[in-house]
Design a protein around this ligand. Structure first.
Ligand SMILES: Cc1cc2nc3c(=O)[nH]c(=O)nc-3n(C[C@H](O)[C@H](O)[C@H](O)COP(=O)(O)O)c2cc1C
Length: 220
């Protein structure tokens, strides 16, 4: 199993997002997965220009010369892309959104004359983008903050012709990197749960019902 995490926090390696990603990937690695993390904060990835050249002029190739080419190479052969982001205005970070927009290059145009065909439909039998999952944390204490991201990620997966394999959302993200003495045991337990989630994904490419139920609970 090859798992690649895309960390979309502008805080990169020092982010609360990374604490979650790291715990998850450590568990996945213990279960045999080949793991790596891309820090978008360390990459130059520019906005999609919307020119459609990657569909019509130079199929499969983007006109923008930046770090996206290297990241796409890293994704080759991956079984799971872990999209990870802090919650910004009830959505993913702009950094991660720019990256997702650039995945447009993995799609292809609808057949000529097929007005009902969807954007990004691939003629290839195998989807270009492997399964995806979402990891996010927010500042506020209520899980309803993630409603938009959860709905939207399902739509992103559908547009990419893949499926959303799992979602992990943590409230009060600052406590992950800076726990009070009172909450430290709960944070330690939560990170173990994330490690277990990584293990389950590496072994079964899905979370058990028990783990899903535990992840729905607030860790503090
Ligand atoms: C621009 C911006 C917008 C934010 N919007 C929200 C929000 O809508 N809801 C929320 O609960 N927290 C919000 N936050 C708080 C972050 O989600 C929180 O600080 C998170 O722990 C940052 O994660 P990171 O360390 O991985 O970057 C926002 C923070 C920033 C900087």
């Amino acid at each position: 199993m090859k798992f690649v995490a895309i960390n979309g926090s502008p805080k990169g390696r020092a982010s609360n997002t990374q604490i979650m990603v790291n715990a998850f990937l450590t568990g996945a690695s213990e279960a045999g997965a080949d793991i790596s993390t891309v820090f978008l904060s360390e990459k130059e990835i520019n906005s999609c220009k919307g020119c459609f050249s990657c569909w019509y002029k130079s199929p499969g190739k983007c006109v923008i010369r930046d770090d996206m080419t290297g990241v796409l190479s890293l994704l080759a052969g991956a079984n799971l892309i872990i999209l990870a982001s802090p919650l910004y205005f009830n959505n993913i970070s702009g950094t991660l959104k720019v990256f997702i927009d650039r995945l447009f290059v993995t799609g292809s145009p609808p057949p000529p004359g097929d007005a009902k065909a969807e954007y990004g439909q691939k003629a290839a039998a195998e989807p270009v983008v492997p399964k995806i999952m979402m990891i996010s944390n927010c500042g506020f204490p209520d899980r309803s903050q993630f409603q938009v991201v959860s709905l939207w990620m399902e739509k992103v997966a559908a547009l990419l012709k893949t499926s959303l394999a799992a979602e992990i959302y943590a409230v009060r993200g600052k406590l992950l990197s800076d726990p009070t003495d009172e909450v430290r045991p709960a944070v330690v337990n939560y990170l173990k749960l994330l490690g277990n989630s990584g293990k389950e994904m590496a072994m079964n490419m899905k979370l058990s019902e028990t783990t899903e139920e535990l992840l729905q609970r607030d860790y503090v």
